[in-house]
Structures are given as structure tokens and as C-alpha cells.
Design a protein around this ligand. Sequence first.
Ligand code: 6PG
Length: 245
Amino acid sequence: MGFIVNSKIHVSKTIEQLSEYFAQLLINKTRAGSDHFNVSLSGGSTPKNIFEYLAAFHQKSIPWGKIKFFWGDERCVPPTDSDSNFKMANDSLLAKLEIPAENIFRIKGENDPQSEADNYNILLQNQIKTENGFPRFDLIMLGLGEDGHTASIFPNQKELLESDKICAVAVHPESGQKRITLTGKVINNAATVVFIATSQKKSKVAGEILSQKGLYKNYPASFIDPENGELYWLLDQDSAPTFLR
Ligand code: 6PG
């Protein structure tokens, strides 16, 4: 697994400009021929503003009807829990766009974690074309933790980067909260991977990853570089390391 060598980095002045850039990326990518487009959504708080922007300004410009929605990770909580990545995406985007239920494939955080990881493994194999031995998402959206985690692949569980499973059970190193996450090989099998990191608290870790300096080798996000795909890093003025401002 190599380190990042060919990422497309875009620094926006505001979250609105970053959201618009992401919207245009989605428009361009979904316009390609196929009749559906498989997207894995990120969790955490960063995407919320972007989802709200898309719902507000791109109801018509993005072919929402062809998009199937999956998740890169989910907290093992019910879908009504404020911690649920599904709840955040549904409240800020999916429910506003009236996305058909049959196009939404949430990870059922309310289920036993290992059983649900096994279920989601099967679901992804049934729903998404396999290439190079793994489901190949059209686009995977990722966030970045201050500790360099992404999805729910944490620095103390880097073996998930090399797992042959499609998704697995992870444990948040501080809270002990169980998560279900896509593994590194699935993420690196995607056609497009888009990291979105905003706020000053992400600047140091983003800088180390993108410059391959400091403690970057400790960070799971450093190992995300799709072998047969494109890698985007969407930053804002606060998260952009000084050498990118
Ligand atoms: C999650 C995410 C996780 C998140 C980062 C950044 O379920 O929490 O998938 O990888 O993207 O922790 O989170 P923020 O956007 O809240 O900073």
C-alpha cells in the first residue's frame, strides 16, 4: 500500500464554495453513461453543511434518482440516535430530496455489530459491481479525524487497511463505541475518493498527510490512494496547511 502521490487538492475560501465544488464534482461524475451511481457517504459533522447546501441549491442539477446511497461507516446506534451517520445524512439531505427508500442502503447500527458487518458485506456484493475482487464504488466521500483516522479506520486498528473483508467492526479508541466501517481495500478500489476536511483543527494532520512528513505513517488516511481511481482533497482556508494557502 503506497502513500499519497496523485491527489487533486482544492482549497476553498468558504464552506459554500467547497460545497459547490463538491456539487460540480458530483454533477460531472454522475453525468457519465451508467444508469446508476453508487456513492458512499461520510459520517461525522463536516458533511452536514455540504448536504444542506446540496439540498438547498442542487435539487435539480444533480440526477439524484440515479444515485444509490451507502455509508463508509456507521456508529452502532439506532437510526434515530443523534450519533447516527444515517440520521445526519437523512435529516440534512435525503429526506429533503425525497430519495426513494430502495436507493438508500443504511448500515443498521441497531443490529449486533458483527452480524450487521456480515450483512453489509453481502449487501455490497449484491448491489455493487465487483472489480479487482472488491465492490467498486463510483464515489466514496471521506472525512478526516484529528488523529488521522478516516471512515472508522483508527490509528490503532490499521490492520483494517489491509483486511480482505469488505467491511468490519471497529472500536472508537477513546469512547469504545463500536462502529462498522468499509475497509481500506474497498476504499482504494473506488473510482473516485473525496476527502473533505474543514476547520483549523484538521490543518496539522492534513499537512502531514499531503506532504508525507511528520507522523503521516501513523495515520490511516495516509494510506488512502485509489489504485485505479481519482483522489480529491477538498479543504478550506482553515484546514489547508500553510504550504497550500
Ligand atoms: C464518523 C466518520 C469519521 C469522520 C471524522 C471527521 O463516523 O465519525 O466517518 O471518519 O469523518 O471523524 O469527523 P468530523 O467531520 O466530525 O470532524
